[in-house]
Ligand binder design. Sequence first.
Ligand code: SME
Length: 156
Amino acid sequence: MSEDQWCEVDYRLLREQARALLSGQTHQVANAANLSALIFQEIPGLNWAGFYFLEGDTLMLGPFQGKPACVSIPVGGGVCGTAAALGKNQRVENVHDFDGHIACDVDSMSELVIPLFKEGRVFGVLDLDSPVPSRFSARDEEGVAALARVFEASVA
Ligand code: SME
């Protein structure tokens, strides 16, 4: 499915909404909870949106919207663990083609994971799943990464 079949997300507006929502609040769990709710509400075609936070060598489930999910993911494992290990965004067109993908929800077909940084080190990831193959374009990646930067700034 191509991007133009979606109602285009106004990422500039969404970033401003995120800034307003998180402003004046530095609590990591509270801000992750509110941002995952905003993302899930405003970006069409998602079945999961949420956070994992690093504890040692493990990503532990944080606030999210969607079905119950895998609680812990080893760094280097799955799409989330790969994003955390490499410190690089992972935009996966078809999760079934991603070696080691962890299927929390069998409906998920495509995935976008943005690593989160504090003082140059990864401290978690922002993860979006879609039941639609190739849901996420380069534009979505850029827009969601900007939201991740808003979150990082809010908890810095
Ligand atoms: N699919 C992810 C696991 C997390 S869930 O999608 C919520 C992965 O492979 O890391």
